[in-house]
Design a protein around this ligand. Structure first.
Ligand SMILES: [Zn+2]
Length: 215
């Protein structure tokens, strides 16, 4: 498998977790990876020939058991490395993704397992994404975005999208995973949510509110 093929498999796996659906539309893959429909169609054909996914006419694609296994291996390695980089090498959460993209291909399953044990079996990476166990079992995936919460609700940040600009914004505001807030205001017209934590106010635009997930 080459890197491009692996990126597809990982993306399809993540989309099916986040969308609660095993079948993923080609258009969603294209949007997620920023590729054209044409190139997605070609890659999908290639991957189905190789047995990583099944093509379901008019519906989309579905990872085979072999495809899921490969996706879990890569995502697990990626997130375990991220934890190591953040906890032991003082990398920031903006920096780890790029390095983990390389590291996920380095070493075999045993290296990842040893690293996982060394890190005391972390359940989540620094962005709040669950680290799958060997057999693909996942801890809770936090899917409810801040945008879906209402005024006066309590919101605890549990997961953020791994998007550099977003992570920098959160750093500037000193907002972190597990921080809890009260939603003080939702302004539909101007499109923002006002959060309060320890009498400190935070203005979050709708665009950003859709990238933050919690309980
Ligand atoms: Zn991560």
């Amino acid at each position: 498998m080459n890197r491009a093929e692996e990126d597809y498999i990982k993306t399809i796996y993540e989309l099916s977790i986040n969308n609660d659906s095993k079948i993923i539309k080609n258009i969603d893959i294209a949007e997620s990876l920023g590729f054209t429909d044409q190139s997605v169609n070609e890659m999908v054909k290639k991957l189905s020939v190789k047995g990583f996914l099944e093509f379901i006419p008019y519906k989309g694609v579905k990872l085979t058991e072999k495809g899921v296994k490969q996706a879990v291996r890569l995502i697990r390695a990626h997130r375990v490395w991220e934890v190591f980089l953040m906890d032991y090498l003082n990398y920031s959460w903006q920096e780890v993704h790029e390095q983990a993209e390389f590291l996920e291909h380095a070493g075999n399953d045993e290296l990842i397992e040893r690293l996982y044990l060394f890190l005391d079996k972390p359940k989540y990476c620094g962005h709040g994404n669950p680290i799958p166990s060997h057999d693909g079992t996942l801890s809770t995936v936090f899917k409810k975005s801040l945008f879906e919460f209402n005024v006066n609700d309590k919101f605890t940040l549990k997961r953020v999208l791994d998007v550099k600009e977003l992570l920098s914004f959160l750093d500037e505001q000193n907002l972190k995973i597990d921080d809890s807030f009260i939603i003080q205001e939702k302004n539909e017209f101007s499109g923002y949510t006002k959060l309060v934590k320890d009498s400190q106010e935070y203005i979050i635009t709708n665009k950003i509110a859709k990238m933050l997930f919690g309980i």
